[in-house]
Ligand binder design. Structure first.
Ligand SMILES: Cc1ncc(C[n+]2csc(CCO)c2C)c(N)n1
Length: 228
């Protein structure tokens, strides 16, 4: 069993909980509220900005052109293509994408982003890839599952979202897994353990991100506006 196959085995309980999460079920059934969609897009816009910055840190730790090119491709993909699923949610909620940009982070989005930034700051390239991997991997599996289960036609409110994640990303995720496996082969046992921990925590935080959007999570006490 490869290192990433073992990661997938260890995280299966969390993957299953994500597939069963009411937000994911709400994508399948087309029953999410306008407020839930808006909360998700506001937070995910900031999440993707952070995700691209982590790729920037990965580039700064790269030792080959090949690595730099791979991370650069991923940044371009996020900038040019990951906007489509967001636009699908915005259209379903009846808002423009621009209206939902620049909001402060809710607790779980804050936690997830800080987790990735800490690993990016302190860890090796292998650790960075491990902390980033649950993001494409869980979305690919959600997309495939919903395609298979719902077989949406164009009248489904989340047709574009489901096709986007279910129909692409297989190659990119396989390449990602391959990179993690190669790194793990020459890593020490201690580094492999850290990679596993980062991966597992990101899986938990993927679940929490869905939960945050579903419950429209906010900080328990409202921030006071600054007195100028
Ligand atoms: C919380 C959260 N997790 C995963 C994704 C999906 N996603 C984000 S970037 C990317 C490509 C990776 O190179 C993918 C698949 C998301 N939008 N939001």
């Amino acid at each position: 069993m490869s290192f990433t196959q073992e990661l997938r085995r260890q995280s299966d309980g969390i993957f299953q909980a994500i597939f069963d999460h009411p937000f994911v079920r709400g994508i399948a059934a087309g029953t999410l509220s306008r407020e839930q969609l808006i909360h998700y897009v506001k937070q995910d816009f900031e999440y993707l900005n952070a995700y691209m910055r982590i790729y920037g840190i990965a580039i700064s730790k790269s030792t080959s052109r090949n690595e730099i090119a791979t991370f650069n491709e991923q940044i371009s993909f996020i900038l040019n293509s990951e906007i489509h699923p967001h636009q699908n949610f915005c259209a379903a909620a009846g808002v423009t994408y621009e209206e939902l940009q620049g909001y402060p982070l809710a607790p779980s989005a804050h936690h997830y982003i800080r987790h990735m930034l800490t690993v990016a700051h302190e860890g090796s390239l292998g650790e960075i890839m491990a902390v980033l991997l649950p993001c494409p991997w869980t979305y690919l599996e959600i997309g495939c599952k919903l395609l298979d289960e719902v077989k949406p036609d164009e009248s489904h409110p989340f047709y574009d979202w489901i096709y986007f994640y279910g129909n692409r990303g297989e190659e990119a995720t396989a390449k990602f897994c391959n990179g993690v496996d190669l790194w793990a082969e020459s890593a020490t046992a201690a580094e492999r353990e850290r990679m596993t921990e980062h991966f597992m925590l990101s899986c938990q935080l993927e679940y929490m991100f869905w939960d945050m959007a579903y419950k429209q999570e906010e900080w328990p006490v409202q921030m006071q506006a600054a007195v100028l």
